[in-house]
Design a protein around this ligand. Structure first.
Ligand SMILES: Nc1nc2c(ncn2[C@@H]2O[C@H](COP(=O)(O)OP(=O)(O)OP(=O)(O)O)[C@@H](O)[C@H]2O)c(=O)[nH]1
Ligand SMILES: [Mg+2]
Length: 435
């Protein structure tokens, strides 16, 4: 890529030779409006490049512009819009992708000016989700998000009237095409919402039966591509798909994890986060995300080889707050230590002294992570002596899952057990406590 310093900002114009001709060509545009730090803008644009590429278009040019405040009609200023239209023509792009969110009106106006498609980051993320969703629930959630995004973007052609039937009783002003489209989308939205409700209530049933099993639950959370699924596989052999691309996981997978001291934990892997995750998606994926919000512990996976790791961690915490998971205890895991250079690793360890360093791919640091999980579960636990009658064998089974057994002895009256029980489980065993 070559860098030009123009009057309206910096312009990067790519000359990428290994172009896949079947793919759409895209011009990426980022507008620095709040006078934010340059580094942030660069990282955001790099991410937009990755998102656009994942969505199936090849970025062939990039423009980073400055503007004090967005122009009401076109977001960028008139001169900037003209420059961009020229770039779009010269590079012969199919689509111009804005990193900033555009209003439906701005999007429409720019489309006319550039004579090609114009989309924003939200649309790109929605598009990736639409391509990757595979489960029934995932597809319904994505469709809901897409419909809600499209609704305000319907284009009104005031003169185009569509009349139902056309006979007596249908005469009169008729209904604009916009109104019928809008009504169609709204009725589809309520249809999808109803179907989702069904899926959610059956999931709620599953969740309840799991709550009955009384296993603590830990959720893997983190920025997309941080290595959550790889870590899930390394710990549980779950066989979740992992890929070097964003949003490869959209559905949740939950597996049992047996810790070194024999205690069981449910571990779930779910959708990754990204900076400025579209609110339509957060809303639509609320139930998937709520599973995270119901966890006893969040295992926050950070890609320590990414220079933007601290920003990514902050973005993840923001999303967690927005779904009501901000108060759940968090264990920070610095992943991909095999890729990170030493200076960067040292810097991250200083920033997050409490974090565990691992490489999920090379399976290093996992022992330490597991023992931290053991410690976490045992936090605040009390050592108790229990006498469990032989007829209550099921109690021992449960105890083995929920507590750490220190000693066991068979007596005439039953099994004498010495165990460390977490505080939230202690009440269940009170009737067996001795001494
Ligand atoms: N070198 C290295 N690569 C890793 C490590 N962990 C994961 N990766 C790679 O990083 C990429 C993303 O891994 P995933 O496990 O799919 O990441 P994820 O967080 O589940 O991503 P999404 O589901 O897309 O949000 C894959 O290509 C992995 O092979 C690691 O410790 N070291
Ligand atoms: Mg994944």
């Amino acid at each position: 890529m070559t860098l030009e310093q123009g009057r309206s900002g910096r312009r990067l114009t790519a000359t990428i030779t290994d172009l896949d001709v079947a793919r759409q060509k895209a011009l990426l545009v980022g507008v620095d409006v709040e006078g934010g730090r340059l580094g942030d803008m660069d990282r955001s644009m790099e991410e937009l490049r990755l998102l656009t590429d994942t969505a199936g278009s090849t970025p062939v040019g990039m423009a980073v512009l400055k503007r004090r405040s967005p122009h009401a009609a076109t977001f960028v200023g008139p001169g900037q819009a003209e420059d961009l239209a020229q770039d779009a023509g010269r590079l012969d792009v199919d689509v111009v992708v804005f990193d900033n969110s555009l209003t439906p009106g701005q999007q429409r106006n720019l489309q006319q000016l550039f004579e090609c498609d114009v989309v924003d980051r939200v649309a790109v993320i929605l598009d990736i989700f639409a391509q990757h969703a595979t489960s029934r629930e995932g597809m319904l959630q994505v469709e809901l998000a897409l419909l809600r995004y499209r609704l305000p973007r319907l284009r009104g052609k005031g003169t185009e009237l569509s009349r139902l039937g056309g006979g007596i009783g249908t005469r009169g002003p008729g209904e604009t095409k916009l109104e019928t489209d809008r009504r169609r989308i709204m009725s589809r939205i309520s249809h999808v919402e109803r179907r989702l409700k069904d899926v959610h209530s059956s999931r709620e049933g599953q969740r309840k039966s799991r709550a009955g099993a009384a296993l603590p639950m830990a959720s893997l959370v983190g920025y997309t591509n941080a290595g959550k699924s790889t870590l899930m596989n390394a710990l549980t052999r779950a066989g979740v798909r992992t890929e070097d691309r964003v949003f490869s996981t959209l559905d949740s997978t939950t597996r049992r994890l047996e810790l070194p001291n024999g205690r069981l934990l449910l571990l779930s892997d779910t959708v990754g986060f990204v900076r400025r995750l579209p609110h339509q998606l957060v809303d639509a994926f609320r139930s998937t995300l709520q599973e995270t919000a119901g966890a006893d512990l969040l295992i926050h996976v950070v890609d320590s080889s990414d220079p933007g790791a601290p920003d990514q961690a902050a973005a993840v915490r923001e999303v967690l707050d927005s779904i009501g998971a901000g108060g759940i205890p968090e264990m920070l895991v610095l992943n991909k230590t095999d890729l990170a250079d030493q200076a960067a690793s040292a810097r991250l360890r200083r920033l997050y002294p409490e974090a565990v360093s691992v490489s999920a791919l090379e399976m290093t640091g996992l022992d330490q992570l597991q023992s931290r999980l053991v410690d976490h579960l045992a936090r605040g636990s009390q050592q108790v002596e229990l006498l469990v009658p032989y007829v209550r064998g099921e109690i021992l089974g449960r105890l083995r899952r929920e507590a750490e057994i220190l000693a066991e002895e068979h007596r005439a009256e039953g099994t004498m057990v010495s165990a460390r029980i977490p505080p939230d489980r202690a009440a269940r065993y009170r009737e067996f406590t001795v001494g």
